[in-house]
Design a binder for this molecule. Structure first.
Ligand SMILES: [Zn+2]
Length: 341
C-alpha cells in the first residue's frame, strides 16, 4: 500500500534521478523496464492505475525478481515483459513486505521459483491476507468506483468525456476480475535479519533494518551497484502508515542510512539519490508521532485528530500544504500508544 492519493504534489519537489537515456528503457505492451545498473531493471507498469514497482535483477544464469505486483494478471505481464530483456529463468522472487499491491502476483511464478520474505511477511501471507484491512478497503473502493463511473457514464453525453470514463471503467472492471483470481502464496524461505544471495558475480543482500511500514520490511541491497530497493519503507515522502510502526520507523531509517547506497529505488515512483530526503521523512514521522500522542492524551477522537493535526511545517521539505492526515495513520498511532503490536 502506498500513499499515491495524497502525495502527488510532493513528487514534483524531489530531485528524482532522471530515468536513464532511451537506450536503457525497454517498453513492452504493459511495462517500462529501465536499466538502472548493469543488468538491473526497474519494472513499472504503464497502466495509470494499480501500480507498484518491481526490481528485475538479471544475472549470468538466472533472474531474481523483487515484488510481484498487485494481481496474478499484472505478474503475468511482468514475466512476459522480462522475456523482452532475457531468456534466463526466473529462479527467485523476493517480497519486500506483505501488502497486496506488492505480493499478490506471487502465485504465477510457479512452484520451482523460491519465494523469500521476512518471517513477518510469511506469517501475514500464510494467515488471512485477503482479510487484511488494506486489501478489503481497496476492493471495496474499486466496487464503489465501478458503481460511480457507471452512473457518470449514464449521465454523460460528451463523447470525449465518455471515452475517458469508459477507459477508467475498463481498468476497474479488469482489476475486479483479476482480484477474484488471487490465491495468496506465502514466502517458502524466510529471514529474520539478514540474508545474502550469490548468483554468479552478483551479490544480493537482504536486510531487515527494523519495523517501519510493516512489521517485516526487507530492503534489497546490491553492494556492487550501491543500489537499495526499499519497498514502501522509504518512498519519496511519507508512506502509508496504517500498518506501520511510526515510533520505531525513525530508527529504522537511521539504520538504512548505514548502507552505503547511492541510489534508492522505492516501491512506488522513481529512483532518487538525495539522502536529505530520509532526514526530512524522519523529521515528519517524529513530529507526527509527537503531535498525535498529544491529541491522544487529550482524548481527541481519531477522526477529529486526523482533520486537525497540522503538518504544514513540512511544506518546504515534503510539500505538505494542507492540514490533516489519513485517519488510518492516526488510528494506527493511537493503537500503538494503547499497546497494540
Ligand atoms: Zn505497502
Amino acid at each position: 500500500m502506498n500513499i499515491r492519493r495524497m502525495t502527488l504534489p510532493l513528487l514534483l519537489l524531489v530531485a528524482s534521478v532522471p530515468l536513464a537515456a532511451d537506450e536503457h528503457v525497454i517498453t513492452t505492451s504493459s511495462h517500462r523496464l529501465t536499466e538502472i545498473a548493469n543488468g538491473v531493471y526497474l519494472a513499472q507498469t504503464t497502466a495509470p492505475l494499480f501500480n507498484s514497482n518491481s526490481l528485475v535483477i538479471v544475472n549470468e544464469d538466472d533472474v531474481v525478481v523483487v515484488d510481484s505486483h498487485i494481481t496474478p494478471d499484472k505478474a503475468r505481464e511482468l514475466i512476459q515483459s522480462i522475456r523482452a530483456i532475457t531468456s534466463n529463468p526466473i529462479t527467485t522472487l523476493i517480497n519486500t513486505h506483505f501488502h497486496y499491491d506488492h505480493a499478490h502476483g506471487n502465485q504465477v511464478f510457479g512452484d520451482d521459483v523460491q519465494i523469500i520474505g521476512h518471517e513477518y511477511t510469511r506469517m501475514k501471507m500464510a494467515g488471512t491476507p485477503l482479510q487484511e484491512t488494506q486489501y478489503v478497503l481497496a476492493t471495496r473502493r474499486n466496487k464503489e468506483t465501478i458503481a460511480n463511473v457507471t452512473t457518470m457514464l449514464e449521465n454523460t453525453t460528451d463523447e470525449e468525456r465518455r471515452k475517458g470514463l469508459k477507459n477508467y471503467l475498463d481498468l476497474a472492471l479488469t482489476q475486479e476480475k483479476s482480484w477474484a483470481e488471487i490465491q495468496p502464496v506465502a514466502p517458502d524461505t524466510t529471514l529474520d535479519h539478514r540474508m545474502t544471495i550469490f548468483r554468479g558475480s552478483r551479490e544480493i543482500q537482504l536486510h531487515f533494518l527494523g519495523r517501519a511500514h510493516t512489521g517485516g520490511d526487507v530492503t534489497v541491497y546490491l553492494p556492487a551497484e550501491k543500489l537499495a530497493f526499499t519497498g514502501d519503507m522509504m518512498l519519496q515522502g511519507p508512506s502509508f502508515l496504517g500498518d506501520g510502526y511510526v515510533d520505531e520507523w525513525v530508527q529504522t531509517l537511521e539504520n538504512l542510512k548505514g548502507l552505503p547506497f547511492e541510489t534508492i529505488v522505492p516501491g512506488h515512483g522513481n529512483p532518487f539519490t538525495d539522502r536529505d530526503l530520509i532526514d526530512h521523512v524522519q523529521a515528519y514521522y517524529e513530529d507526527l508521532w509527537g503531535k498525535v500522542a498529544k491529541m491522544h492524551e487529550q482524548d481527541i477522537p481519531v477522526g477529529d485528530a486526523a482533520r486537525e493535526v497540522d503538518m504544514t511545517n513540512h511544506a518546504s521539505t515534503l510539500g505538505v500544504r494542507r492540514k490533516g492526515v489519513d485517519p488510518q495513520a492516526v488510528g494506527r498511532i493511537y493503537a500503538r500508544l494503547e499497546g497494540s503490536d
